[in-house]
Design a binder for this molecule. Structure first.
Ligand SMILES: [Fe+2]
Length: 343
């Protein structure tokens, strides 16, 4: 029996679908019995079935008959699991062709109902050519621990987004994962220092994790270019705050994050992007994020240059006080950095 879903969960799932779509993964949402009730466009490409056909199917039907037993067992495991379950299987496409897939499944609880979100990747090519799959699928342990700690502070409805973020960031730009985590730590330290409320800090945390998610819409060849960008490429990079905001926008529960994420590249003197906002027109969260973002970028090895030492990074930032950065916030940030607590 299929369950109906509430309007609120539908909104969250809509956003999830949107993100996985942009990440190029197939996504299925089904109940704990395997009945599919939502999917993204890539799920149609992967299986060869239309949306209408898939909505009448059970995820078990997608696995080959040999794998069906395994999928039955896995479904039971996922239904009981408290964390993400990842496994490999074989799907039979509508045209009869068998493909190798890797599945990551998360159980999602909303009020009393449980749903499963499965992100599916076609790994046939890796298998066929005997190529070793990139081993670096998981984050380094220290980052993973930090990430888990961070997730504990977030509401359950945001955790799925963070998972997708990790998947997206890993596949497109390994820099983004650790960058988002470090920016979050710097931003939260500054927010605490200036006495922001607990609620405002929570909003800032999630904004910091997701601020660059729009980079999935920018070509990796541009993001990882070892030399400086030409005008056209720079224009493309400058789209990312708007893309990030657009990804978050469909999720009504995340309304408060949109202005912070959208304006994290505005400059205090009005020369930034996307809207050229000036001074206090720039949301406070965005002004904090801008400082945390640049400090981490300067003190991290990038494709085009080595990390700057602490002294040089802070000198560059101090010279941009009142131009790029809010001078009051920058002064507070420097005071945070001085006891070496957060660097
Ligand atoms: Fe950014």
């Amino acid at each position: 029996m299929r369950k109906s879903i509430s309007k609120e969960i539908a909104l969250v799932l809509e956003g999830y679908k949107h993100i996985s779509e942009m990440a190029g993964s197939a996504m299925f949402i089904h109940d704990t019995d395997g009945w599919i009730f939502d999917l993204n466009k890539n799920a149609e490409h992967l299986t060869g079935y239309t949306r209408g056909e898939l909505l009448r199917m059970n995820v078990r039907d997608l696995h080959t008959s040999i794998e069906k037993k395994v999928s039955n067992k896995k479904l039971a495991v996922i239904s009981r699991a408290k964390k993400q379950v990842a496994f490999e299987s074989k799907f039979k496409r509508k045209n009869g062709r068998v493909i190798d897939v890797r599945i990551k499944a998360d159980k999602f609880k909303f009020k009393k109902d449980f749903f499963i979100i499965g992100i599916v990747k076609d790994i046939t090519a890796y298998k066929k050519f005997g190529k070793k799959r990139r081993k670096k699928r998981d984050m380094p342990k220290h980052l993973n621990d930090k990430f888990s700690k961070l997730l504990k502070h977030l509401g359950a409805k945001y955790i799925e987004y963070a998972h997708v973020l990790v998947d997206v960031a890993e596949s497109r730009d390994p820099y983004t994962v650790s960058h988002s985590i470090k920016v979050t730590n710097y931003a939260v330290a500054l927010a605490r220092y200036i006495g922001l409320s607990k609620e405002a800090i929570e909003v800032l945390k999630i904004s910091a994790i997701l601020h660059d998610i729009g980079k999935i819409g920018v070509k990796p060849s541009i993001l990882m270019k070892p030399s400086s960008l030409n005008e056209e490429e720079y224009k493309e990079v400058r789209r990312h705050p708007i893309l990030s905001a657009e990804i978050i926008k469909p999720i009504k529960l995340m309304d408060e994050l949109v202005p912070i994420i959208k304006h994290h590249h505005e400059n205090y003197n009005g020369t930034g992007y996307p809207d050229g906002l000036k001074g206090e027109e720039i949301p406070l969260g965005a002004r904090i994020l801008a400082i945390a973002d640049v400090y981490d970028a300067l003190t991290t090895d990038r494709a085009y240059r080595k990390a700057y030492p602490f002294g040089k990074a802070t000198k560059i930032m101090t010279e941009a006080s009142g131009k790029k950065f809010d001078p009051v916030l920058l002064k507070a940030f420097m005071a945070c950095l001085r006891p070496k607590k957060i660097r």
